[in-house]
Design a binder for this molecule. Structure first.
Ligand code: JB2
Length: 206
């Protein structure tokens, strides 16, 4: 299998690096704007301009994380697509992804995450450690289901969203694009517009 190139050498990059190594995958190196980024011995290949010179035989994973905005991950995804470079998917050895679930290109599923039957995860998503995406749920492109979060059955999360750590989205709830759900929030009703929602039940704060 072709080696992986990671784009982003911070905390999320290291989590993905260990995840990849434990799955027996080879990481050829990483791209970061900071040549001093520490990626546990993986070589620094260059900044994002390096991608313009990348030749075939490698697969790419965006490992810049996402907290409040998906903008950097979206820009990097668009750059990879424009260059025609192939995106990898990463599934941790301890994660469970239903054979009937769909996982978009460039998405990463970290340790102990669970994606159940007929769920649909878009491109360039992070399903972080211990997250649960229940049956028939939809996660839009470039969204991040953070550590320990739960998206219940049939819920639909838009594109470029964050479902914060240990947040819960109740079954069947629909969440618009560009929504940030704070850590520990419980989303009990549809969210129809972009913004930040926190608390139990979740309420808009910005
Ligand atoms: O445009 C970029 C760019 N912007 C930031 N291109 C490239 N190639 N790299 C970029 N970076 C790099 O991403 C920074 O130089 C830095 O090395 C890395 C971000 O690292 P940091 O540790 O600050 O955050 P993170 O994005 O890896 O992790 C965040 O998101 C995760 C999901 C953290 O908040 C984590 O706690 C969280 N688990």
């Amino acid at each position: 299998m072709s080696a992986l190139v990671f784009i982003g050498g911070g905390g999320h990059g290291r989590a993905c690096l260990e995840t990849a190594r434990s799955a027996g995958l080879t990481v050829a190196g990483f791209v970061d704007r900071d040549p001093q980024a520490d990626m546990q011995g993986a070589p620094w290949l260059g900044d994002d301009n390096w991608l313009n010179e990348a030749t075939g035989g490698q697969r790419f994973l965006i490992t810049v994380g996402q907290v409040k905005s998906a903008a950097v991950r979206v820009r990097l995804y668009d750059q990879l697509k424009a260059l025609g470079l192939p995106l990898a998917t990463l599934i941790a050895s301890t994660a469970v992804v239903s054979p009937s679930a769909r996982l978009g290109e460039g998405s990463a599923v970290l340790h102990h995450a669970l994606i159940n039957a007929d769920a649909d995860v878009g491109a360039n998503c992070i399903i972080n450690s211990g997250a649960l995406v229940e049956h028939d749920a939809v996660i839009g492109a470039h969204s991040h289901v953070a550590t320990g979060a739960i998206v219940n059955g049939g819920a639909r999360i838009g594109s470029r969203c964050l479902v914060g750590s240990r947040a819960v989205v109740l079954q069947g709830v629909i969440v618009a694009d560009d929504v940030v759900i704070g850590a520990g929030a419980v989303v009990t009703a549809d969210i129809n517009e972009a913004g930040t929602w926190v608390g139990v039940p979740a309420r808009r704060v910005s």
